[in-house]
Design a protein around this ligand. Structure first.
Ligand code: NAG
Length: 216
């Protein structure tokens, strides 16, 4: 009997732990973020509901392409809680992605969000790599109207494989999914990760690692 109780306690704690790892379900109509509050909580504190206005739920900025004049030839315009406080506690973000010909998003992961990617124009290769089965690579070329799921936390990438520009929308089930670009995390960490160590870990010449650390 006592053993059973302990077992169920551990089970229950496990579920609590798991549910806290994700955006919580709202306990009221909305909790529009008070972006000026200095209170530190998991998420953002709510504004007084009486002061909430339609603009708290509004975003304008998907009407035109983002600036893709950068090393990656891509741009991401996010509609997230930082820009739309009404998204607070709702577990949702949408982003417009633009790619110039040959443009791409470097390998990255979202620690807190599963993503659905939908192509509106052009041709986009999207792929992710699993942790199990070990490093299995799943990929698809998406054409206009196609969509693809990228499970939470997995390393993934997008690249324009069409002749012209590509436009896509990404939806993630977090108000703040986070993004970790692999190259920046490894070679651009501040303070820098030990160069000898990275050289051995990546089986690269130390000079190459130094070059990468200078670049990122
Ligand atoms: C796009 O970004 C580049 C590089 O930052 C900048 O030089 C250029 O002025 C930007 N173009 C527009 C239209 O904002």
């Amino acid at each position: 009997m006592a053993q059973n109780s302990i077992f169920f306690c551990i089970l229950a704690l496990g579920f609590v732990g798991i549910s806290y790892a994700f955006d919580t379900s709202p306990l009221q109509d909305f909790c529009v973020a008070d972006l000026r509050s200095t209170v530190r909580i998991n998420g953002l504190p709510c504004k007084d509901p009486a002061t909430v206005v339609a603009d708290d739920f509004f975003f304008r900025g998907f009407n035109s392409a983002g600036n893709t004049s950068n090393a990656y030839g891509s741009s991401v315009i996010p509609m997230n809680v930082a820009r739309v406080p009404g998204l607070n506690t709702l577990g949702l973000t949408v982003a417009r992605l633009d790619f110039s010909p040959g443009g791409f998003v470097p390998p990255h992961l979202h620690p807190r969000g599963t993503e659905i990617l939908t192509v509106l124009e052009g041709s986009l290769e999207v792929g992710f790599v699993t942790s199990y089965p070990n490093y299995k690579h799943y990929s698809k070329v998406l054409e206009k109207g196609d969509a693809f799921v990228v499970p939470v936390g997995l390393v993934h990438y997008q690249r324009n494989v069409g002749k012209g520009k590509t436009v896509a929308f990404g939806i993630v089930n977090s108000q703040n999914a986070g993004i970790t670009v692999i190259s920046n995390a490894v070679f651009g960490a501040k303070p820098a990760i030990n160069t000898d160590y990275l050289s051995r870990a990546f089986q690269l010449d130390k000079k190459i690692v130094q070059g990468l650390q200078a670049k990122f």
